[in-house]
Design a protein around this ligand. Structure first.
Ligand code: IFM
Length: 475
């Protein structure tokens, strides 16, 4: 629908940006921190490792001062579990605890609300070694214990916690490396229960609000064929509702549960799991959005054939087929390219209308306030000789997505804030630091750390103007 007038952004709208510990902190083994699964994973050839990244651990004061200069009233970052409890289930590391007190206090000094993710892909490696990570039910209790430490330490100064970042991506892309779908969905179930229990403990221990933080998007059918429409609806259950219905309504989406049962991969519920899911009540929904998904129907037989490739290791020659295999759910849907969607040079979709649709769907379905915790344009930037970085592509990207937020607010959506990825450049999960998202440039390459100087990009000044005008000046 076209609105004739747009509502202004609310006066208390949260304007900021996001990061995650292992992608920006560096100091991977300093001050008692234990290794995480990210630290121990093989480095993708040609890209940086996680040892220094943006060196934010040592330079957080400078970084937060720059965010304050941009006008932020919000900063989303994550706490590294292995910094707080180095081996995941043993003694608490006082230096790790102190570090995040300092980061939080530094934010509050400038009136910046910390939005704290408790888990962003960096499981303590010791737990992976000890019992295989999330496939063990023990991981639920260990996660909840770690969260309790955070709620008790920080819950009286942090207003917003997020439980698990992009659990749906971890499950869909099998980041835990499980050898069967049964195990993949069992590990996913443990994370859902852990998230639910942490949500309830947060409410018992502190006044903060707490939310899940999956990567959510609306799903388009590739054609108007009825089976493609059904595929889009089913894929929405697999990609989105499995992670949000469970935490908000306390139950798995029904059709998807039947899909899992018929394929022998429905997870086992232990006594107390159902109660944990239905007792948890998140206060809002945080979500990451990078572009809509498009799908078409695929039969069981065709889908199984497409997944055969996943039995071989991924390599340059099978990359395209491999990705299609990953995007295939036999008898349900396969993810496909949308010929009508714009893309960045790294192939990520640019779809602000999809953001508006996603916001509408989430609000209409769950009636909880929404916070966008990621959205952004990851591309290489050029540092010119005069020290400037003209990232007009990033400005264009942010502009259209902020406009989509305003459209959605006018539609009636209760949107709390916009926190794109990322405040400053950090090492991307798969494509190193060359794929830059920040509004602040970090002067380093994949392997040459240079001086790690912080340099304001054009998008820094643009976002500063946007925030100063509370989203009115997007020129
Ligand atoms: O870098 C990641 C982040 O860790 C999770 N969301 C997507 C980002 C960009 O790829």
């Amino acid at each position: 629908m076209e609105h004739l007038h747009l509502k202004p952004f609310p006066k208390d709208f949260l304007w900021g940006a996001s990061s995650s510990a292992y992608q920006c902190e560096g100091a991977w083994d300093e001050d008692g921190k234990g290794p995480s699964v990210q630290d121990m994973a093989p480095v993708i050839p040609g890209t940086s490792d996680w040892k220094v990244t943006s060196d934010h651990y040592h330079r957080f004061k400078e970084d937060i001062a720059l965010m304050a200069e941009m006008g932020f009233n919000e900063f989303r970052f994550s706490i590294a579990w292995p910094r707080i409890i180095p081996d995941g289930d043993g003694a608490v590391n006082p230096k790790g605890v102190e570090h995040y007190h300092e980061v939080i206090d530094e934010c509050l000094k400038y009136g910046i609300q910390p939005v704290v993710t408790l888990y962003h892909f960096d499981l303590p490696y010791a737990l992976q070694e000890k019992y295989g990570g999330w496939i063990s039910r023990q991981c639920i209790d260990d996660f909840v214990r770690y969260c309790e430490v955070c709620f008790k330490e920080y819950g009286h100064k942090v207003k917003y916690f997020l439980t698990i970042n992009e659990q749906n991506m971890m499950t869909m892309f099998n980041m835990g490396g499980y050898s069967s779908d049964k195990d993949r969905y069992q590990a996913n179930h443990h994370m859902l229960v852990a998230m639910a229990k942490a949500t309830s403990r947060c409410h018992e221990l502190c006044p903060a609000w707490i939310a899940p933080a999956p990567n959510i998007t609306c799903v388009y059918p590739l054609t108007s064929a009825p089976m493609d429409n059904l595929a889009a609806m089913d894929y929405d259950q697999l990609r989105n509702r499995l992670y949000l219905d469970t935490i908000v309504f306390g139950k798995y989406p029904e059709a998807f549960w039947v899909y899992l049962e018929q394929r022998g991969c429905a997870p086992e519920f232990a006594p107390g799991d159902a109660e944990a899911l239905s007792n948890a009540h998140p206060d809002f929904i945080a979500f990451n959005y990078y572009g809509a998904s498009t799908v078409k129907y695929v039969s069981q037989t065709e889908g199984e054939k497409a997944r055969e490739v996943l039995k071989a290791p991924r390599n340059e020659a099978n990359m395209k087929e491999f990705m299609t295999g990953m995007m295939t759910e036999p008898g349900l849907a396969v993810g496909v390219d949308n010929p009508l969607q714009d893309r960045t040079s790294y192939g990520m979709g640019i779809d602000p209308v999809g953001l508006r649709i996603t916001l509408r769907q989430l609000w209409e379905r769950y009636q909880l306030p929404l916070l966008i915790t990621e959205n952004g344009c990851g591309v290489p930037d050029t540092l010119n000789e005069d020290g400037t970085i003209h990232d007009d592509y990033r400005i264009d990207y942010l502009r259209v997505h902020i406009q989509a937020c305003q459209e959605a607010i006018t539609d009636g959506v209760r949107l709390m804030g916009y926190s794109p990825w990322s405040a400053f450049d950090l090492v991307s999960t798969h494509q190193g630091i060359t794929k830059r998202y920040g509004m602040i440039y970090i002067n380093r390459d994949e392997h040459d750390l240079k001086d790690l100087k912080r340099i304001r990009k054009d998008s820094f000044y643009w976002y500063q103007k946007c925030i100063q005008s509370n989203g009115e000046d997007l020129a």
